[in-house]
Design a protein around this ligand. Structure first.
Ligand code: SF4
Length: 519
């Protein structure tokens, strides 16, 4: 039933994927029996309710709900803190809380990046939840430094630790006093309560925590060695496209600056299979990060994500802080290039001008297939804003723009983007709405294309609308996270995804006389 044989056979053992396996009669019968046992509603009733959930009447009820979130497009704060930590050299993220939380963070990242993610837990259980988890934290420091030998520990907290008011500053001091770690061992920390905010806030406060720590290191007194080029701090934010981190570096170097990317997890989450396992590949060097205060300026590329860090740099360090929309598409990238050229005092290199021209040419080539297509976009606020600007450049019509973890400023920023294009009139902007809201929107006001994470595939299948996977997480397609989506070259990658999805759809729905070889 499930395998081909067997002993002494040259035919390899074939283990059926569950897609095929559960088509077997044994299982289909089991499903029927289970249904009978559960005594649920009959098919006609299920279909009646299903159809009703696709109506305007249901949409109004759905949008009236206040105290319930269904299928939110966001994760919790410590998940962001873990990503922030692994962007720095030799860093072990430790999450103060129960093991299950860290198991979730590790599996979530492993499914997206297809890489193992080092992260440890202080393993709080019932007794720690009642009496406090100081012993867990002290012991975890001793064990983690002995076993995994990190250069730096970055601690964040889970819901449970925050509910009982755990004090990381005091606990870390106790760990030093009890000699679990030495007095000068580098430890950064951030309180990341998961019942407020999202992974973006967790990322932000952990980066801020790391900057607070590294800028106290002895190396912070030294000016960076950049061979005369101006050093710029670059805050990419919660960046899940490793190709973007590499593309930022390439563009910045072309523009004549020495980029200090805070933090850079591109190697940590894309390490080669060379027969050796390195627990901490890559990451921004702590000694380099320590020089961040000496940089000429800081460039923030995810406004919604990096607010606390931007405050630190602007208000405490008194450093010029340039906050840009994520540079996706022509206008976004133009703005980025212009600002960096201003900061570096160098002209825009011919190579970038050439790449820009190629993207403009490609947009013209694909225009006929994208023009006027109605699109819904969901995801993190900075990404949704940048993607909206790009689809407008493609002549597409954004209709539903949903971001569960956006706040009220999202509408104002989006308004600016939409009003700059004549294709922006049909758009409705939905901060703090979830994917169950998006489902109602798509059924009542249909679109031609969905753009967002893997979680949108359920709406895509049910509403029969193609999905272009952009954002986080992408669990069900491989290697998209390795490519760039920012810059002119990233724009070309996104355009390729968009137009080819529309062309697949065109081929799928064509009548025989229109099933052409040339598109
Ligand atoms: S929401 Fe709370 S319990 Fe759930 S994974 Fe995040 S920290 Fe853990």
């Amino acid at each position: 039933m499930t395998t081909t044989p067997e002993t002494n056979s040259h035919i390899p053992l074939k283990v059926l994927d569950h897609t095929e396996l559960f088509k077997d009669e044994v299982y289909t019968k089991q499903f029927e029996t289970k249904r009978e046992f559960e005594n649920g509603a009959d098919d006609a009733e299920v279909n009646r309710v299903l159809e009703w959930t696709r109506t305007w009447e249901y949409r109004e009820k759905n949008f009236a709900r206040e105290a319930l979130t269904v299928n939110p497009a966001k994760a919790c704060q410590p998940l962001g803190a873990v990503l922030a930590a692994i962007g720095f050299e030799g860093t072990l993220p430790i999450v103060h809380g129960s093991q299950g939380c860290v198991a979730y963070f590790r599996s979530h990242f492993a499914r997206h990046f297809k890489e193992p993610v080092p992260a440890a837990s202080t393993s709080m259980t019932e007794d720690a939840a009642v009496f406090g988890g100081i012993n867990n934290l002290v012991e975890s420091f001793a064990n983690a430094t002995a076993l995994y030998k990190p250069k730096h520990i970055a601690v964040s907290t889970t819901c449970m630790a925050e509910v009982i008011g755990e004090d990381l500053f005091a606990y870390i001091r106790t760990a030093r006093d009890q000699e679990a770690i030495t007095q000068d061992y580098p430890v950064s920390y951030a309180h990341t309560p998961s019942f407020v905010g999202s992974h973006l806030n967790g990322y932000d406060v952990m980066v801020k925590g790391i900057l607070d720590m590294v800028t106290e290191l002895p190396e912070a007194k030294k000016a960076p060695e950049t061979g005369g080029k101006p050093q710029l701090n670059v805050f990419p934010g919660f960046e899940t496209y490793l190709g973007n981190l590499r593309e930022y570096r390439r563009m910045l170097e072309l523009l004549g600056v020495s980029p200090l990317i805070l933090g850079d997890h591109s190697d940590a989450l894309d390490s080669p299979a060379n027969g050796e396992y390195d627990l901490y590949p890559g990451g921004t060097k702590l000694a380099d990060a320590a020089t961040a205060k000496h940089s000429k300026a800081s460039v923030v590329l995810q406004e919604s994500t990096m607010r606390r860090t931007a405050e630190l740099v602007r208000d405490k360090w008194k450093q010029e802080t340039v906050v840009l929309e994520t540079p996706i598409g022509i206008r976004g990238t133009d703005q980025f290039v212009k600002e960096i050229a201003r900061l570096s005092g160098q002209p825009v290199p011919a190579e970038l001008t050439l790449e820009r021209g190629r993207l403009v040419d490609a947009l013209a080539d694909s225009h006929a297939y994208l023009h006027g297509k109605r699109v819904a976009i969901a995801g993190d606020p900075d990404l949704v804003i940048a993607l909206t600007r790009f689809v407008l450049e493609c002549g597409m019509v954004p209709v539903h723009l949903v971001s569960t973890n956006a706040d009220s400023s999202f509408k104002a920023r989006m308004e600016k983007v939409l009003s700059a294009s004549k294709f922006g009139d049909a758009a409705t902007v939905w901060p703090e709405k979830d994917l169950w809201h998006l489902r109602s929107l798509v059924f009542t006001e249909p679109v031609d294309l969905l753009i967002g994470s893997t979680y949108l595939k359920y709406i895509s299948r049910e509403a029969n609308v193609p999905l272009v996977r952009v954002g986080f997480p992408i669990f069900d397609r491989h290697h998209l996270h390795r490519q760039a989506t920012i810059g002119y070259t990233g724009g070309l990658n996104l355009l390729t995804q968009l137009v080819n999805t529309m062309l697949d759809e065109l081929d799928r729905s064509s009548l025989p006389h229109s099933f052409d070889a040339v598109r």
